[in-house]
Design a protein around this ligand. Sequence first.
Ligand SMILES: C[S@@+](CC[C@H](N)C(=O)[O-])C[C@H]1O[C@@H](n2cnc3c(N)ncnc32)[C@H](O)[C@@H]1O
Length: 424
Amino acid sequence: MIKAQLVATSVIGKVLAGANLTGVLQEVWRAEPMLSKQQRGAIQDLSYGVLRFYAQLEAILGFLLKKTLHDRSLYHLLLVSLYQLQYSKAPSHAVVNQAVSASRYLVQGKGIQGLVNAILRSFIRQREDLLKKAAEKDVSSYSYPQWWIDKLRLQYPWNFQAILQAGNKRPPMTLRVNQRKIGVEDYRQLLSEKSMPAEWLWSGALQLSQPVMVENLPGFNEGLVTVQDAGAQLAATFLDVHDGMRVLDACAAPGGKGTHLLELADVSLTLLDNDSARLAQVQQNLERLNMTADLVCGDASNPDMWWDGQPFDRILADVPCSASGVVCRHPDIKWLRRESDLIKFATTQQAILDALWKILRKNGKLLYVTCSVFAEENTMQIEKFLKHHPDACPLPLSGVAMIDGQLLPDIQHDGFFYTLLHKI
Ligand SMILES: C[S@@+](CC[C@H](N)C(=O)[O-])C[C@H]1O[C@@H](n2cnc3c(N)ncnc32)[C@H](O)[C@@H]1O
């Protein structure tokens, strides 16, 4: 456990200094190939957990510290240990003893181990009072930045709390069955034979009761399934693709929604992204699923640089966004995003949407998608677009409960925004 505590301490430090959690963990796996699966699981759990409840843990640590703790690594180790005491099943005495030992690797100094011991034991003794005190303020109650809470409170006065809470849950693992290869019920049977029970949600979406390693999924390497959130699986079905169509997925990497389009119809698909490293992931996904498409590295807001002049029948615009609808999968986003980022995202989204509209054929359809819950990137963006594009008409989307195209995150899926535009 000491190893997991120490590595998670360093991961938290890097993320809070501005690095992205997925990238930091990948670096750790590369640098420490000898970590066991169990250790990796523990490091991941501690890092995600601390970031989910960071503001609450920080407030509690603030109540417990008599004076400022200048050593950041020790501070982060205490956050990791408080998370374990409050949210893990590890026995309290083991957490405290291991944290005291771990502190020796971080700071040499008189009284350090005594301090770690005293703080963690005080938490165990005063737990209820400390939790109550932390719940008195928005930030430490919900564990989100104040601007984020204020914005959701304003935009969703009736259910902002449910949205915030959904973002602090562990996300489910959901599969998309490749129905070109196997039926949903037949695949569920394969899972059940491997003691992996799953619930059918909609179309090809099966939610596992417990996450598993992808390599253990039956037929994963043969392309029977793809891991994809159920909310994300709606995109390809909404776009209404048919055999023979010319389709563009304009922000395609890593290829989740694009490969789904190829499962639904025999289309001629261009997968565009401006990040060549991420396009390599698209290629891997295509190979695993035994599919072909044109991969293009380019800027969706500047088609002159890559477009061959032939209009598209369908365009998927899964634009870059704040990712505020997927915080349960990326809890670091809560602490890395700034409110000012929303204006930058909205500007890029508008440029992409305007440019793609020009290369959609008359009578064609464009699906605008974000994984955000903020109106600036969603309804406000589309309202502005419709005002300036009289040839655009929004089409109704049905099948799941959405309000004005907004699918709110819950225990079954992430949060997405969808608008299907018809070019008249
Ligand atoms: C939300 S992700 C797309 C996810 C993808 N559709 C899927 O389902 O797997 C957004 C993508 O847009 C790409 N991107 C950002 N700005 C872009 C631009 N100006 N032109 C093209 N791609 C862009 C990013 O590299 C990123 O891969």
